[in-house]
Design a protein around this ligand. Structure first.
Ligand SMILES: [Fe+2]
Length: 148
């Protein structure tokens, strides 16, 4: 079983995004730990937490991309939408009472792989745009402070 571990190759250089991506890695590790306990409530709780957090994180990313006038936001948002449907399908399976260890194992490999690939490929692409827009915001704030 591949173990998930944060490393520099996942870094975007945008602090708020890196903090959230690291949290996703922590959830994946928490899922592994929960599986070991075989405690149903714990497993369900952490799987749901990862799903909820990832969906919120993607929505947050979209606001940053929108603010940056990211030219391929629509394509990126579609990828997020597909992720949401896939992630929620695991949620539904848990709700229906399917064996939670089985679902959790699929989530940690399928959703885990999806997220780590997405961070390295799709997210890296918006970085220069978002970074530039954040800098611009900073510059205008500073301008407002000194030239108001
Ligand atoms: Fe993304």
């Amino acid at each position: 079983m591949q173990r998930y571990e944060w490393s520099r190759e996942f870094e975007t250089g945008i602090d708020i995004i890196d903090t959230q991506h690291k949290r996703i890695f922590d959830y994946l590790i928490e899922i592994d730990e929960a599986i070991k306990t075989t405690n149903e409530d714990m497993i369900k709780g952490v799987v749901k937490a990862l799903i909820d957090y990832s969906i919120s994180h993607n929505a947050f990313e979209e606001t940053l991309m929108e603010n940056a006038n990211y030219p391929v936001l629509d394509a990126h948002a579609k990828v997020h939408e597909a992720f949401k449907a896939r992630a929620l399908s695991y949620d539904t399976r848990l709700e229906k009472g399917e064996d939670c260890v089985k679902v959790a194992k699929e989530v940690r490999s399928d959703i885990g792989l999806w997220l780590t690939n997405h961070i390295q490929r799709d997210d890296k692409h918006y970085v220069p745009y978002v970074k530039k827009s954040l800098e611009k915001g900073f510059v205008s704030r500073m301008l407002g402070r000194f030239f108001a």
